[in-house]
Design a protein around this ligand. Structure first.
Ligand code: PEP
Ligand code: MG
Length: 892
């Protein structure tokens, strides 16, 4: 005979976890919990096959079903010592649907089934709480009336509202037992009028009604639509779970609680949670009574820990805790009820936790032998490490949100608002915490950004100047907060009616993009030994190298401290803005007399040489990729009158002449204009100076340290083979000259960035002149989408909110478009040179999902801002494990 019903709980467990298809997800999970020895309230599952048979036979149940249900129900009665429909000690049950996959649109849950005018009195007596009994009864009628009998839910609400108004009751808690009794009568009347039949008072009729409603809901229009959308076959059917209700509010030997098998905020291996004596689950959440701690060690004076109040149930809970962790191999979040000193587990699931707890739990569990080191690597979300490396907002602190922008660089910072880099530096020098607020930033603001605790811009996307530079420095940044109006002249920022003046405090959350009024307290980061342990495990597994984007000595040191294996991108333009250099840079651009120009360039050379030498020293033989000047010239032009006058004086020109020259150099779309190798080709002396400085620095540090240095020279924004061929040739000529002067030899590589679609498409030809490629996915995203990096902030959030793009493509690589070009570049580049070294240095190099993609396409390394190096190391390890798993399963 076909078995249609499977029992669980109290020692009779007929199902197993792997019987999901037959028992549905919920049923299989209950069976699993019961079969590993957890005390789940007993019950039974009616299989999905019953559902299929029901529809195949014109909505009729299989013959044997009724007898099997009766038998299973009888077993539940015995195990609970109660009887279904009994006026003295009634058994109440819950009825729930449960398909193989959870499915909205289906009937969900009916609780307290089995109550009627007689059994409610029994419940009132056994709980000693008439109010609770009648409230349970009316809830049951309401649920049953709407989900089983089809009376729209709002009718019940109307009845209740009217009653409350008529009796001056503000909320439900003010309603007495007798008043609930009246409402029950009103509800039943409502059902008769609307459904045309009476509310069933026989518990067996109630049960079969609920079972029928679950099966009926399998074919309702919402469920059908959902199935079509998700390609779930109708033939799967749903199961029905019937389970004994248990109550934690039947006296002082009852309780209810929520707990975690380990501390979810620190990860410490202690039992953590709260419970309430003589209470229902809702009471814990409602916060009317103060929940008590579980363990005595965690109790403060005057508290009543469960360990001492309900010792038997507590020791059972301790047993359950180890059963759960041994079985699920993860920290569990459990809901439990104690009814008359007997513990029941209602639910268990993997517990949510902070980043710090995730790390500690993963390491501890691996050491305890519960999971492997590889599991531990997979367990910690790579992006969550950001939380560990930066200060975060104190979750307990009150806050008033002013507005929101893009979460451009993580961490939290509070400080006084200032509107210029100069003011920022001046105040910071006096020890003040400051937040630099700009419409957008440019290289001239870098010194102010450095002095600031955080940076807020109203324009610009996730790869705008502010975002990239702040991330590199580890400064908090909220970018593109378009809701803010900045008035530099007035020294204010405003959002609607709120105005914040210079000197007043705001707080930024770079992890969410939120901007708060005033000072919200932050919590400093702590790096535990566990962090280093996990990094070590990750390093042993990953294939991808991890380098950093860094150009200042400070950034380079941070990069090494976080475990970078070299520098993948030193943006030399960031070296041009020091107060001791910018004057020469401006002269170099604006001078028309060749000798004046050459003199300015020559004056820059020693600065550059020292910049490069200090990078080589700090990186101690690790690879260093130096990119020749990239940004549009106009970024270096003088703006303020004083700057113009200074340049004019230096060049022996009039301010008018300097202004005219600046106007001539201005561009409409600088990002697509005279920058990158275009600049190097039209002003070859600049690149020649940089190459000279670089080679001299390498020779110098090699002599100093006796260790070989192999600089990597990178040429930006190449679109054609000819651009690279000519630029490379010029660099090689200069290198040959320097080495001859120095009377020595040096190994070096010359490569290019692949950051324009044409370069990716022509990668095979470009590779003929390149020792390495580094994908510049910032510019590649901008140019593939035809979407400006600096202006994207104004409409990209709309795109993401409205599902036009799954994510901001400047944050996470667009695999189908930009990613396809990267893949093509890899394939074509390696066609020409199988050993071509391949990296990526766009902002995507620090994004875990993008890193998975770069691992997949076979890059050799990723390069990201120093503070993201740990994230990248872990993400690279996770990517390697995923690749291994894919290979293994495709071989199987
Ligand atoms: C890029 O375009 O991805 C890149 C790394 O260069 P930059 O951001 O300096 O343009
Ligand atoms: Mg670029």
């Amino acid at each position: 005979m076909t078995k249609w019903v499977y029992s669980f709980g109290d020692g009779l467990n007929e199902g197993r976890a792997d019987m999901r298809n037959l028992l549905g997800g919920k049923g299989a999970n209950l069976a699993e919990m019961a079969s590993i020895g957890l005390p789940v309230p007993p019950g039974f599952t009616i299989t999905t096959e019953v559902c299929s048979a029901f529809y195949e036979n014109g909505r009729k149940y299989p013959d044997a079903l009724e007898a099997q249900v009766t038998e299973a129900l009888h077993r539940v009665e015995q195990s609970m010592g109660l009887r279904f429909g009994d006026a003295e000690a009634p058994l109440l049950v819950s009825v729930r649907s449960g398909a193989r996959v959870s499915m909205p649109g289906m009937m969900d849950t009916v609780l307290n089934l089995g109550l009627n005018d007689e059994t409610v009195e029994g419940l009132a007596r056994s709980s000693g709480d008439a109010r609770f009994a009648w409230d349970s009864y009316r809830r049951f009628i309401q649920m049953y009336g709407s989900v089983v009998m089809g009376v729209p839910h709002h009718h019940f609400e109307d009845v209740l509202e009217q009653f409350k108004r008529a009796h001056g009751a503000e909320d439900d808690t003010a309603i007495t037992a007798d008043q609930w009794r009246t409402i029950v009568t009103d509800y039943r009347h409502l059902i008769s009028t609307h459904a045309g039949t009476d509310f069933p008072t026989d518990p067996h009729d109630q049960l079969w009604g609920a079972i029928g409603a679950v099966f009926g809901s399998w074919m309702n229009p919402r469920a059908n639509t959902y199935r079509k959308l998700h390609e779930i076959p109708a033939s799967w059917g749903t199961a029905v779970n019937v389970q004994s209700m248990v109550f934690g509010n039947m006296g002082d030997d009852c309780a209810t609680g929520v707990c975690f098998t380990r501390d979810p905020s620190t990860g410490e291996n202690v039992f953590y949670g709260e419970y309430l004596i003589n209470a229902q689950g809702e009471d814990v959440v409602a916060g009317i009574r103060t929940p008590q701690p579980m363990a005595s060690v965690r109790a403060e004076a005057g508290q009543q820990p469960m360990e001492t109040v309900l010792p038997e149930a507590y020791s059972e809970l301790m047993r359950v805790r180890s059963v759960l962790e041994t079985h699920y191999k993860d920290m569990q979040d459990i809901e439990f009820t104690v009814q008359r000193n007997v513990l029941y587990i209602l639910q268990t699931r993997n517990g949510k936790r902070t980043a710090a707890a995730a790390l500690k739990i993963a390491i501890d569990m691996a050491r305890e032998g519960l999971i492997t080191q590889e599991d531990a690597i997979r367990r910690v979300p790579a992006s969550s490490l950001d939380q560990l490396l930066h200060p975060t907002l104190d979750p307990k602190a009150e806050r008033v949100q002013l507005t929101r922008g893009l979460p451009a660089s993580p961490g939290a910072a509070a400080g006084a608002v200032v509107f210029s880099a100069e003011e920022c530096e001046a105040r910071a020098a006096k020890g003040e915490d400051v937040i630099l607020v700009r419409i957008e930033t440019s290289p001239e603001d870098v010194h102010g950004m450095h002095a600031a605790r955080g940076v807020l811009t109203t324009r610009g996307g996730m790869t705008s100047h502010a975002a990239v530079v702040a991330r590199g420095m580890g400064r908090v940044c909220v970018a593109g907060a378009g809701g803010i109006h900045v008035d530099y002249a007035a020294g204010t920022l405003s959002v609607g009616a709120h105005t914040v003046a210079q000197g007043e405090w705001i707080t930024l959350d770079g992890g969410t993009g939120a901007v708060y009024l005033g000072r919200v307290p932050t919590i400093p980061p702590t790096l535990s030994d566990d962090f280093n342990t996990l990094m070590g495990w990750a390093d042993a597994v990953r294939r991808l190298g991890v380098r950093a984007n860094a150009e200042t000595p400070e950034d380079a040191r941070t990069a090494r401290r976080f475990g970078a294996e070299g520098i993948g991108l030193a943006r030399t333009e960031h070296m041009f803005f020091g107060p001791d250099r910018i004057g020469f840079v401006r002269q170099m651009i604006i001078a028309d007399a060749e000798d004046v120009r050459q003199k300015a360039i020559a004056a820059l050379l020693p600065f550059q040489r020292e910049d490069f030498a200090s990078l080589f020293r700090i990186m101690a033989g690790l690879p260093v990729t130096v990119r020749l000047l990239d940004p549009p010239l106009h970024e270096f032009l003088p703006h303020a009158e004083a700057e113009i006058a200074e340049v004019a004086q230096g060049l022996g020109k009039t301010a008018e002449e300097v202004r005219a020259r600046c106007a001539a150099l201005a561009e409409t779309n600088p990002m697509l204009g005279h920058r990158g190798c275009r600049l190097g080709l039209t002003s070859p002396e600049i690149y020649a100076m940089q190459v000279r400085a670089l080679i001299q620095a390498a020779v110098m540090v090699e002599k100093e340290t006796g260790k070989p240095i192999r600089p990597e020279i990178m040429i930006p924004l190449v679109a054609t083979q000819a651009e690279l061929a000519v630029t490379r040739r010029a660099a090689e000529d200069e290198i040959a000259k320097v080495l001859k002067e120095e009377g020595t030899n040096l190994n070096y590589d010359i490569g290019t960035m692949i950051e324009l679609p044409r370069a990716a498409i022509q990668a095979d030809r470009i590779a003929e002149y390149a020792d390495f490629f580094s994908f510049g996915t910032n510019d590649l995203t901008q140019t593939t989408f035809g979407l400006s990096r600096d202006d994207a902030g104004s409409f990209l959030p709309y795109y993401v909110d409205h599902g036009l793009l799954p994510r901001d493509p400047f944050v996470s690589i667009d695999r189908d478009g930009v990613g396809a070009l990267v893949r093509l570049g890899v394939e074509r580049g390696r066609q020409t040179s199988p050993d071509l070294k391949l990296g990526i240095c766009g902002e995507h190099g620090g994004d875990p999902d993008s890193i998975a993609f770069f691992d997949e396409v076979g890059l050799d390394y990723v390069s990201c801002s120093p503070f993201r190096v740990p994230v990248a190391r872990l993400a690279a390890a996770q990517a390697a494990l995923a690749t291994r798993q894919r290979v293994a399963s495709s071989a199987a």
